[in-house]
Write a protein that binds this ligand. Sequence first.
Ligand code: NAD
Length: 330
Amino acid sequence: KKLGIALVGLGGYAGGQLAPALQKTQNCYLAGIVTGTPSKAVDWAKKYNIPQENIYNYQNFDEIAKNKAIDIVYVVLPVALHKEYTIRAAQAGKHVICEKPMAVNAKDCEDMIAACKKSNRLLSIGYRLHFEPHNIEIMRLGQKQVFGKVKSIDTGNGFTYGGDPNAWRLKKALAGGGGLMDMGVYAIQASRYTLGQEPIAVKATQEKTRPELFKEVDETVFWELKFPGGQKVTGKSSYNHDWGYVKAEAERGKFQLEPAYGYGGIEGFTSNGPLKFPQIVQQAAQMDDFANCVNLNKQSRVPGEEGWKDMRVIDAIYRSLDSGNWEKIG
Ligand code: NAD
């Protein structure tokens, strides 16, 4: 069955990436929208042929429970709202995709996972790179130890923030944090999926060059992760540097992606030469996979637990920024 997806929050990512990707999906389609802006409802209804009965606002959202055309709710809101809308969607009987970072802390992730379990609904995080061929290859090279054991990883992700100084991304109450939450989560992900192991401790430092803009949230954060295998794993995130790479050194060779984390244009090299994989519409592959999981009642490869694991690392990084010490993860 081709499943109906409702997007909650019609901002940049929903409008720029997810809605266009939903024109290319096979197993799901854009069936509904949830928006607080009536003019967006009109524009989207026209552009994507969305029937009036599948359009909700934040007040009447829970009525979506009665709507059989909506199978999956995709939460694309500011981070601090992920928890509430994921839980309300699950309680309305819908399967949920929630954007990254999953929530403002690991405890909220636990509540979201519990709510979806209780309602017997599947939960998945918008980790599109698990469907991207170059990143999948990096997972294979690292986890299968194709070049021997990985000895070190270095990764960074960031962009130079030049947007609205009043945007939610700069407000702690809505974003939970800054570049670490928004961009660093990809770098943490890559460290975890390249090694196929979970980090146990972290030490972090930060830098602020535009404190007037980043009053409430982190600008640039550097960290070192301790893994059980003793590998040297460093990472960094930023709202002030254009970074996007992961580099791994193994016993018998190296492999890397740069750019690593974008919507397209991913490039990879190993000691054997360039990686040759197609660029795909990652979001289409991600949503099609989740629809397939729902149809088969099978856990997604990026379930809520995957978002929770990253949030535990992020929580520990913030603790380390406060304490100046190594902090245990979890
Ligand atoms: P955005 O600011 O462009 O859109 C946010 C939307 O939420 C807007 O339509 C806004 O009107 C709505 N909204 C509802 N309640 C709000 C409130 N109280 N305050 C502010 N806005 C409110 O942001 P975005 O870039 O689309 O990001 C949305 C989510 O998607 C975030 O979690 C972000 O991390 C994630 N995202 C993921 C990717 C990815 O590659 N997976 C890329 C971009 C964004």
